[in-house]
Design a protein around this ligand. Structure first.
Ligand code: ZN
Length: 184
């Protein structure tokens, strides 16, 4: 790897596990039943993700090694929707995308280019316990691929082109803050 990756400090009260916490390297266990605890965990994850201005989060990132993730569907950019997926499986992938650079709430501030499929077909169970199959494209497909990787202990730094790994600049951080301020 071209860049030495340091441990990331975790502020008191921050629910998101940071690299190199070993839970991020575990293969997560399948969810057997959708209990009230699972629903509570989804609410906690949703709040943690939105507070951190993220667009996806996997259960191991809040310290629970189970096959559960949330992601923001951005196919309608005026109406982004957060969904939970239980035991997700990517059935098929086609095409390729490289931009935009990817980051991770467990390695805040670090970004890099990751080659991902442009279009994916996903099978999962939703919070109502129903098996669903759907197609996702572009940024939404990128987020789901990133979060499913978390369930297998894989991080974006494993897949990123090492030459592109870098820290976000103050200017980029400022732009993001502005975007958030206007209600991105
Ligand atoms: Zn991540």
């Amino acid at each position: 790897m071209a860049m030495e990756i340091p441990p990331f400090p975790r502020a008191e009260g921050d629910p998101i596990v940071k690299y190199p916490d070993p839970i991020l390297r575990q293969v997560a266990e399948p969810v057997k039943r959708i209990t009230p605890e699972i629903r509570q965990l989804v609410s906690l994850m949703r709040k943690a993700m939105l507070d951190a201005n993220g667009i996806g989060l996997a259960a191991p990132q809040v310290g629970v090694s189970i096959r559960l993730l949330i992601y923001t569907d951005m196919s309608d950019e005026n109406n982004p929707q957060v969904h939970a997926l239980i035991n997700p499986v990517i059935l098929k992938m086609t095409g390729e995308q490289i931009e935009p650079p990817e980051g991770c709430l467990s390695l805040p501030g670090l970004i890099g280019n990751v080659r991902r499929a442009q279009t994916i077909w996903v099978k999962a169970v939703n919070l109502q316990g129903k098996t669903i199959k759907f197609k996702a494209e572009g940024l939404t497909a990128r987020v789901i691929q990133h979060e499913v990787d978390h369930l297998d202990g894989i991080l974006f730094i494993d897949r990123a082109d090492p030459a592109t790994l870098r820290w976000v600049t103050e200017e980029e951080k400022e732009k993001e803050r502005e975007a958030v301020a206007v209600g991105k």
